[in-house]
Design a protein around this ligand. Structure first.
Ligand code: DGL
Length: 268
Protein backbone atom coordinates (compact mmCIF):
# COMPACT_ATOMS: atom_id res chain seq x y z
CA UNK A 1 0.00 0.00 0.00
CA UNK A 2 1.29 3.49 -0.78
CA UNK A 3 2.23 5.42 2.37
CA UNK A 4 -0.43 8.06 1.63
CA UNK A 5 -3.21 5.45 1.82
CA UNK A 6 -2.01 3.97 5.09
CA UNK A 7 -4.25 4.59 8.10
CA UNK A 8 -3.73 7.04 10.94
CA UNK A 9 -3.35 5.24 14.27
CA UNK A 10 -5.07 6.75 17.30
CA UNK A 11 -4.88 5.47 20.85
CA UNK A 12 -6.53 6.39 24.10
CA UNK A 13 -6.92 4.87 27.54
CA UNK A 14 -10.49 3.93 26.57
CA UNK A 15 -13.44 5.45 24.86
CA UNK A 16 -12.71 9.18 25.22
CA UNK A 17 -10.32 9.38 22.27
CA UNK A 18 -13.33 9.05 20.01
CA UNK A 19 -13.84 12.79 20.48
CA UNK A 20 -10.58 13.18 18.57
CA UNK A 21 -11.63 10.63 15.95
CA UNK A 22 -14.84 12.63 15.50
CA UNK A 23 -12.77 15.71 14.68
CA UNK A 24 -10.50 13.62 12.39
CA UNK A 25 -13.48 12.23 10.46
CA UNK A 26 -14.95 15.73 10.07
CA UNK A 27 -11.74 17.50 9.11
CA UNK A 28 -9.92 14.77 7.18
CA UNK A 29 -12.74 12.66 5.73
CA UNK A 30 -10.55 10.68 3.32
CA UNK A 31 -8.19 9.36 5.98
CA UNK A 32 -8.55 5.83 7.30
CA UNK A 33 -8.25 5.37 11.06
CA UNK A 34 -7.26 2.50 13.32
CA UNK A 35 -8.42 3.29 16.86
CA UNK A 36 -7.13 1.49 19.90
CA UNK A 37 -8.88 1.97 23.26
CA UNK A 38 -7.29 0.32 26.27
CA UNK A 39 -10.65 -0.21 27.95
CA UNK A 40 -9.39 -3.00 30.19
CA UNK A 41 -6.93 -0.69 31.93
CA UNK A 42 -8.74 2.66 31.90
CA UNK A 43 -8.46 5.05 33.74
CA UNK A 44 -4.89 6.20 33.16
CA UNK A 45 -5.56 9.49 34.92
CA UNK A 46 -5.19 7.96 38.38
CA UNK A 47 -2.01 6.02 37.60
CA UNK A 48 1.69 6.72 38.04
CA UNK A 49 4.02 8.01 35.36
CA UNK A 50 5.84 4.67 34.93
CA UNK A 51 2.58 2.78 34.42
CA UNK A 52 1.25 5.37 31.97
CA UNK A 53 4.50 5.24 29.97
CA UNK A 54 4.51 1.42 29.91
CA UNK A 55 0.89 1.22 28.74
CA UNK A 56 1.50 3.89 26.10
CA UNK A 57 4.53 2.03 24.70
CA UNK A 58 2.42 -1.12 24.39
CA UNK A 59 -0.37 0.79 22.67
CA UNK A 60 1.99 2.20 20.04
CA UNK A 61 3.43 -1.28 19.40
CA UNK A 62 -0.10 -2.56 18.83
CA UNK A 63 -0.91 0.21 16.31
CA UNK A 64 2.32 -0.38 14.41
CA UNK A 65 0.99 -3.81 13.41
CA UNK A 66 -1.34 -1.93 11.06
CA UNK A 67 1.46 -0.13 9.29
CA UNK A 68 0.06 3.26 10.29
CA UNK A 69 1.57 6.39 8.70
CA UNK A 70 1.43 8.35 11.96
CA UNK A 71 0.12 7.97 15.47
CA UNK A 72 -2.05 10.39 17.42
CA UNK A 73 -2.02 10.10 21.19
CA UNK A 74 -5.59 11.19 21.88
CA UNK A 75 -5.24 10.65 25.61
CA UNK A 76 -4.15 13.80 27.46
CA UNK A 77 -2.76 11.73 30.32
CA UNK A 78 -0.54 9.67 27.98
CA UNK A 79 0.44 12.78 26.03
CA UNK A 80 1.43 14.50 29.29
CA UNK A 81 3.71 11.77 30.57
CA UNK A 82 4.70 9.48 27.71
CA UNK A 83 5.22 11.52 24.54
CA UNK A 84 9.01 12.07 24.85
CA UNK A 85 9.56 8.36 25.52
CA UNK A 86 7.36 7.30 22.62
CA UNK A 87 9.21 9.63 20.26
CA UNK A 88 12.52 8.27 21.50
CA UNK A 89 11.61 4.64 20.80
CA UNK A 90 9.60 4.85 17.57
CA UNK A 91 10.38 6.39 14.19
CA UNK A 92 6.78 6.91 13.06
CA UNK A 93 5.56 10.52 13.53
CA UNK A 94 3.72 10.74 16.86
CA UNK A 95 1.48 13.69 17.70
CA UNK A 96 0.10 14.42 21.16
CA UNK A 97 -2.68 16.73 22.26
CA UNK A 98 -0.79 19.00 24.66
CA UNK A 99 1.14 21.31 22.34
CA UNK A 100 -1.80 21.95 19.97
CA UNK A 101 -4.04 22.81 22.94
CA UNK A 102 -1.35 25.03 24.46
CA UNK A 103 -0.80 26.82 21.13
CA UNK A 104 -4.50 27.49 20.66
CA UNK A 105 -4.90 28.80 24.21
CA UNK A 106 -1.85 31.06 23.86
CA UNK A 107 -3.25 32.53 20.64
CA UNK A 108 -6.68 33.01 22.18
CA UNK A 109 -6.01 34.60 25.58
CA UNK A 110 -6.17 38.37 25.80
CA UNK A 111 -5.46 38.85 29.50
CA UNK A 112 -2.75 36.12 29.57
CA UNK A 113 -4.59 34.07 32.19
CA UNK A 114 -5.28 30.52 31.06
CA UNK A 115 -6.93 27.66 32.95
CA UNK A 116 -6.36 23.95 32.38
CA UNK A 117 -8.60 21.13 33.54
CA UNK A 118 -7.65 17.46 33.28
CA UNK A 119 -7.12 14.21 35.12
CA UNK A 120 -5.02 14.15 38.27
CA UNK A 121 -2.05 12.73 36.33
CA UNK A 122 -2.28 15.37 33.60
CA UNK A 123 -2.43 18.20 36.13
CA UNK A 124 0.44 16.75 38.18
CA UNK A 125 2.61 16.47 35.06
CA UNK A 126 2.37 20.26 34.49
CA UNK A 127 2.67 19.42 30.78
CA UNK A 128 0.33 22.21 29.68
CA UNK A 129 2.15 24.75 31.88
CA UNK A 130 5.48 23.70 30.36
CA UNK A 131 4.15 23.88 26.80
CA UNK A 132 2.54 27.30 27.36
CA UNK A 133 5.67 28.68 29.04
CA UNK A 134 7.67 27.72 25.94
CA UNK A 135 5.25 29.63 23.72
CA UNK A 136 4.73 32.68 25.95
CA UNK A 137 6.31 32.80 29.42
CA UNK A 138 4.13 35.80 30.33
CA UNK A 139 0.98 33.64 30.40
CA UNK A 140 -0.13 32.61 33.90
CA UNK A 141 -1.63 29.11 34.01
CA UNK A 142 -4.00 27.83 36.73
CA UNK A 143 -4.80 24.12 36.73
CA UNK A 144 -7.51 22.03 38.28
CA UNK A 145 -7.97 18.27 38.23
CA UNK A 146 -11.59 17.16 37.87
CA UNK A 147 -11.62 13.45 38.75
CA UNK A 148 -15.42 13.17 38.79
CA UNK A 149 -15.84 14.42 35.23
CA UNK A 150 -14.83 11.15 33.51
CA UNK A 151 -17.35 9.00 35.44
CA UNK A 152 -20.04 11.68 34.99
CA UNK A 153 -19.56 11.66 31.22
CA UNK A 154 -19.47 7.87 31.04
CA UNK A 155 -22.72 7.76 33.01
CA UNK A 156 -24.24 10.18 30.49
CA UNK A 157 -24.74 12.94 33.09
CA UNK A 158 -23.76 15.80 30.85
CA UNK A 159 -26.31 18.32 32.16
CA UNK A 160 -28.62 18.63 35.15
CA UNK A 161 -28.17 19.64 38.75
CA UNK A 162 -25.55 17.09 39.84
CA UNK A 163 -23.35 17.81 36.85
CA UNK A 164 -23.78 21.56 37.39
CA UNK A 165 -22.90 21.33 41.10
CA UNK A 166 -19.75 19.26 40.48
CA UNK A 167 -18.70 21.61 37.69
CA UNK A 168 -19.15 24.69 39.88
CA UNK A 169 -17.18 23.09 42.67
CA UNK A 170 -14.24 22.39 40.37
CA UNK A 171 -14.34 25.55 38.31
CA UNK A 172 -15.12 28.28 40.83
CA UNK A 173 -11.43 28.62 41.83
CA UNK A 174 -10.52 29.10 38.14
CA UNK A 175 -13.25 31.70 37.76
CA UNK A 176 -11.80 33.56 40.74
CA UNK A 177 -8.40 33.61 39.02
CA UNK A 178 -9.99 35.68 36.23
CA UNK A 179 -8.96 33.37 33.39
CA UNK A 180 -10.30 34.22 29.92
CA UNK A 181 -9.37 30.89 28.28
CA UNK A 182 -9.87 27.34 29.51
CA UNK A 183 -8.24 24.23 28.01
CA UNK A 184 -10.45 21.14 28.14
CA UNK A 185 -7.44 18.91 28.80
CA UNK A 186 -9.11 15.52 28.78
CA UNK A 187 -10.74 13.44 26.07
CA UNK A 188 -14.08 13.37 27.87
CA UNK A 189 -14.48 17.06 28.60
CA UNK A 190 -15.73 18.27 25.20
CA UNK A 191 -18.96 16.44 26.06
CA UNK A 192 -19.30 18.70 29.10
CA UNK A 193 -18.61 21.86 27.13
CA UNK A 194 -22.14 23.19 27.48
CA UNK A 195 -22.19 22.93 31.31
CA UNK A 196 -18.60 24.13 31.61
CA UNK A 197 -19.44 27.09 29.34
CA UNK A 198 -22.46 28.03 31.49
CA UNK A 199 -20.42 27.89 34.69
CA UNK A 200 -17.47 29.84 33.27
CA UNK A 201 -19.62 32.38 31.44
CA UNK A 202 -19.39 33.90 27.96
CA UNK A 203 -16.15 35.72 28.70
CA UNK A 204 -14.14 32.48 28.86
CA UNK A 205 -13.13 30.73 25.63
CA UNK A 206 -13.08 26.93 25.77
CA UNK A 207 -10.24 25.18 23.94
CA UNK A 208 -10.86 21.64 22.72
CA UNK A 209 -7.40 20.04 22.47
CA UNK A 210 -8.70 17.27 20.20
CA UNK A 211 -9.85 19.72 17.51
CA UNK A 212 -6.60 21.65 17.68
CA UNK A 213 -4.63 18.42 17.37
CA UNK A 214 -6.38 17.45 14.16
CA UNK A 215 -5.21 20.74 12.63
CA UNK A 216 -1.66 19.77 13.59
CA UNK A 217 -2.12 16.28 12.06
CA UNK A 218 -3.27 17.88 8.81
CA UNK A 219 -0.25 20.20 8.77
CA UNK A 220 2.17 17.34 9.42
CA UNK A 221 0.63 15.12 6.71
CA UNK A 222 0.68 17.98 4.19
CA UNK A 223 4.28 18.86 4.92
CA UNK A 224 5.32 15.23 4.41
CA UNK A 225 3.09 14.74 1.34
CA UNK A 226 1.08 12.12 3.19
CA UNK A 227 -2.39 13.67 3.02
CA UNK A 228 -4.93 11.32 1.40
CA UNK A 229 -6.64 12.66 -1.70
CA UNK A 230 -10.26 13.70 -1.47
CA UNK A 231 -11.62 10.73 -3.39
CA UNK A 232 -10.19 8.01 -1.18
CA UNK A 233 -12.78 5.91 0.66
CA UNK A 234 -11.78 5.70 4.30
CA UNK A 235 -11.88 2.62 6.51
CA UNK A 236 -12.41 2.88 10.26
CA UNK A 237 -11.35 0.07 12.57
CA UNK A 238 -11.80 0.00 16.34
CA UNK A 239 -9.95 -2.24 18.79
CA UNK A 240 -10.45 -2.47 22.54
CA UNK A 241 -8.94 -4.57 25.31
CA UNK A 242 -12.22 -5.27 27.14
CA UNK A 243 -15.77 -6.10 26.14
CA UNK A 244 -16.76 -4.52 22.84
CA UNK A 245 -20.51 -4.02 23.42
CA UNK A 246 -20.22 -1.33 26.06
CA UNK A 247 -17.68 0.54 23.94
CA UNK A 248 -19.97 0.44 20.91
CA UNK A 249 -22.98 1.84 22.78
CA UNK A 250 -21.19 4.63 24.60
CA UNK A 251 -18.80 5.24 21.72
CA UNK A 252 -21.58 6.31 19.41
CA UNK A 253 -22.26 9.28 21.71
CA UNK A 254 -18.61 10.31 21.62
CA UNK A 255 -18.26 9.80 17.89
CA UNK A 256 -21.67 11.17 16.93
CA UNK A 257 -22.19 8.35 14.40
CA UNK A 258 -22.69 4.63 14.42
CA UNK A 259 -19.78 2.29 14.99
CA UNK A 260 -20.01 -0.81 12.84
CA UNK A 261 -17.55 -3.23 14.30
CA UNK A 262 -15.36 -3.23 17.36
CA UNK A 263 -12.81 -5.99 17.89
CA UNK A 264 -11.64 -7.10 21.29
CA UNK A 265 -7.94 -7.92 21.40
CA UNK A 266 -5.59 -9.49 23.85
CA UNK A 267 -2.38 -8.00 22.62
CA UNK A 268 0.15 -9.27 25.11
N1 DGL B 1 -8.32 9.64 28.23
C1 DGL B 1 -7.96 10.23 29.49
C2 DGL B 1 -7.37 11.64 29.23
O1 DGL B 1 -7.60 12.27 28.23
C3 DGL B 1 -9.13 10.30 30.45
C4 DGL B 1 -9.55 8.96 31.01
C5 DGL B 1 -8.47 8.32 31.87
O2 DGL B 1 -8.26 8.75 33.02
O3 DGL B 1 -7.84 7.39 31.37
O4 DGL B 1 -6.66 12.12 30.07
Amino acid sequence: MSTVRKPIGVFDSGIGGLTLVKALVEELPSESVVYFGDTARVPYGTKSKSTIVRFSLENVKFLLRFDVKCIVVACNTSSSWALPTLRKYFKVPIIGVIRPGAMAASRRTRNKKVGVIGTRATVESRAYETAIARIDPAIAVSSQSCPLFVPLVEAGWLNGSVCRLVTEQYLDPLNQQGIDTLILGCTHYPLLASTVGQVMGDGVALIDSAKETVAEVRGMLMSQDLLCDQHAKPRYRFFVTDEADHFTQLGEQFLGRSIRSVERVNYR
